[in-house]
Design a protein. Structure first.
Length: 242
């Protein structure tokens, strides 16, 4: 879906809607356009600068005012709904919390692993994180339609709420305790940090403890989505008793 006009684009960005891309007319540096660009970048939305002719071609009304946003229609859930659905299942919670994932391919792959492992849902922050875009949906190979995704204001507040509900919250970190000696059979949430930076300091400190995967090769790191899949399936292994 295409959103046109400076005020509408800004309102859309501020609303937390899933904006995949913002196209801005080259040479358009008005205060309001700059605000829209800043909002987009703060939310991890891709910004491209196009010739006016290209925006005219994309516009359905001809009144784009030098800026167009591409919005993906995706229905998010809430943390409360995820927790309620889990209680109805009568099984231990398994949740993924994402702290600053920026790559849509990683998010798509994480949703695919979450679906395959039977995780109850994925939580992403509203700001400074990739949202569920068309690319994410495509990479997820249909899993985005089955895995509940909650977009919450602050991951740290989510962690506090989960701990108040007696959920064990573990942060994936190379310096942590081995996941193979960690009990994942109870209500569990696993925090996965962003590409290159990992989990933020405050978020890591809020976790009950840090967990890690053995690093036996030359490169001491794993792709975020790969690490997520391994951690989720360790939980499955423990819960299935195999």
């Amino acid at each position: 879906m295409i959103i046109e006009g400076i005020n509408t684009v800004i309102e859309t960005l501020e609303s937390g809607a899933t904006v995949e891309k913002v196209a801005v007319q080259k040479g358009n540096f008005s205060t309001r356009v700059n605000k829209a660009v800043s909002l987009a970048r703060e939310r991890g939305v891709r910004v491209s600068f196009e010739e006016k002719k290209r925006l005219d071609e994309l516009s359905a009304t001809g009144r784009h005012q030098g800026i167009i946003a591409f919005v993906t229609e995706f229905s998010y859930t809430s943390l409360e709904d995820i927790l309620l659905a889990n209680k109805k299942k009568g099984k231990p919670l398994l949740l993924v919390l994402l702290d600053g994932i920026q790559d849509p391919h990683n998010l798509g792959a994480i949703l695919r692993s979450a679906d395959a492992s039977g995780a109850d849902g994925v939580v992403i922050p509203k700001h400074r994180s990739v949202t569920v875009t068309e690319t994410v949906i495509k990479v997820s190979a249909g899993s985005a339609s089955h895995v509940p995704v909650a977009k919450e204001g602050n991951i740290n507040d989510v962690i506090r709420k989960l701990k108040n509900n007696f959920v064990n919250v573990y942060g994936a970190d190379m310096g942590g305790e081995s996941v193979y000696t960690t009990d994942l059979t109870k209500d569990t949430a696993i925090i996965i940090g962003g590409e290159g930076f990992g989990i933020s300091h405050l978020t890591a400190n809020l976790a009950d403890k840090k967990i890690s995967l053995p690093q036996l090769g030359k490169v001491n790191s794993l792709n975020a989505s790969v690490a997520t899949g391994i951690l989720l399936y360790e939980a499955v292994r423990q819960r299935e008793g195999k």
